[in-house]
Design a protein around this ligand. Structure first.
Ligand SMILES: *Cc1c(COP(=O)(O)O)cnc(C)c1O
Length: 381
């Protein structure tokens, strides 16, 4: 028999049955009043999730499309920008920016650590002529399981005057993000992470300051032109045919999330993050990050010496259907990652640690059966 699958990766996340059935909605005219109502409900929900009154535009693309849109709509070739590169997604921003001819200051930070707002402030102080046009960073770096102090970083960038561009694709809804209160100019998100919907749509918010930058921007753009998106959004449409299927899914997931409430959603992710960290310690495995900057979405785990992360990942998948993520960039093969965002729940964590105990023991780790499961249970009480 095919194994039951426990998809515990940091996106795409599992999809609740209510959303899955919404995905089978027949196609309708994407310029009909029926579909306008769907887009309008999704947009209102996004504003709620972003905690913003700014425009939030809907793109048919994975999260990387939203990252690219953030860059091509606010900057011009040759502009100097500062990227706080704390992991693989920071490196992706560097690649996108270079592809568009930006002058990138790549502030590469030790993997497993968050960006230090004081170091960012120092860097911006040195920019006497205010050449840096934007500071770009992740809310949550999925490859290293690190959450940045977005509020403090944004505050020092505001003092300097550069745009604050945040990739919150894996971070949004896993922890508080106050787009307006913290002065975030552009924020990117995607359907397949904490929204519990398959990949296909991504989202970008634009502050008034970001729209001013848009007017001045000379970057080439077409598909991701947010000016066009804004114009069409005013009539409840998108410039091009959107992925209607995912919009139907987003409508249902948004209703579920709103019924739960932001504080409860944050608390749910926080609880799972704490439970996983307790489980890892009880297993005798290692954590990449310390508690202060621990992601609420995903936890990287370092197996003990002599146990290969990839072999362990393969064994838990083949024996128990537990699907974990591998390492990225330099961390490939050195660790595996447990996703705990979106439609991943408490019992999924118990399951994952039960499987890790059995497979870890098979591979020679000295594990007392039930020890990590007990540690997880303690945190879930
Ligand atoms: C998932 C993710 C993205 C988007 O990646 P896609 O594969 O394009 O969906 C962007 N940034 C972060 C931090 C992510 O976790």
């Amino acid at each position: 028999m095919a194994l039951k699958q426990y998809l515990l990766i940091p996106g795409p996340t599992p999809v609740p049955p209510e959303v899955l059935s919404a995905l089978s909605h027949p196609m309708i005219n994407h310029r009909s009043s029926d579909f306008k109502a769907v887009l309008s409900e999704v947009t209102e929900g996004l504003k709620w999730a972003y905690q913003t009154k700014n425009d939030v535009l809907i793109l048919t693309a994975s999260g990387t499309g939203a990252m690219e849109a953030a860059i091509v709509n606010t900057l011009s070739p040759g502009d100097k920008i500062l990227i706080l590169n704390i992991g693989a997604f920071g490196s992706r921003f560097v690649k996108i920016a270079k592809a568009y001819g930006l002058n990138v200051d790549d502030m590469k930070i030790e993997r497993g650590k968050a960006a230090d707002p004081k170091a960012v402030a120092q860097k911006l102080k040195e920019d006497k002529n205010k050449e840096i046009k934007a500071v770009i960073f992740q809310m949550n770096e999925t490859s290293t399981g690190v959450i940045n102090d977005v509020k403090s970083i944004a505050a020092v960038v505001k003092e300097h005057g550069a745009l604050v561009i945040v990739d919150a694709v894996s971070g949004l809804l896993t922890a508080d993000l106050k787009t307006d209160e913290w002065g975030l100019d552009v924020v990117a998100a995607g359907s397949q992470k904490a929204f519990m919907v398959p990949p296909g749509l991504s989202f970008v918010s634009m502050s008034e300051k970001a729209w001013k930058a848009y007017e001045a921007s000379k970057m080439p753009r077409f598909y991701f032109d947010l000016g066009a998106a804004k114009k069409f959004a005013a009539t409840g449409e998108t410039p091009w045919t959107p992925c209607l299927t995912i919009a139907f899914g987003m409508q249902v997931s948004m209703r579920m999330l709103k019924a739960e409430g932001l504080e409860n959603i944050f608390a749910r992710h926080n609880k799972l993050s704490k439970a996983v960290r307790a489980g890892v310690k009880a297993l005798g495995f290692g954590l990449l990050t310390d508690d202060r900057c621990a992601s609420k979405a995903v936890t990287p785990v370092i197996p003990p010496a002599g146990i290969d992360a990839e072999a362990l990942r393969k064994a838990v998948r083949e024996q128990f259907g537990v699907v974990l993520a591998g390492g990225q960039e330099d961390l490939k093969g050195k660790l595996f990652r447990i996703g705990h965002l979106g439609y991943i729940d408490k019992m999924d964590m118990v399951t994952a640690f039960a499987a890790l105990e059995i497979v870890g023991t098979q591979m020679g780790a000295n594990i007392k059966m039930g020890s990590s499961v007990a540690a997880v249970e303690e945190m879930l009480k």
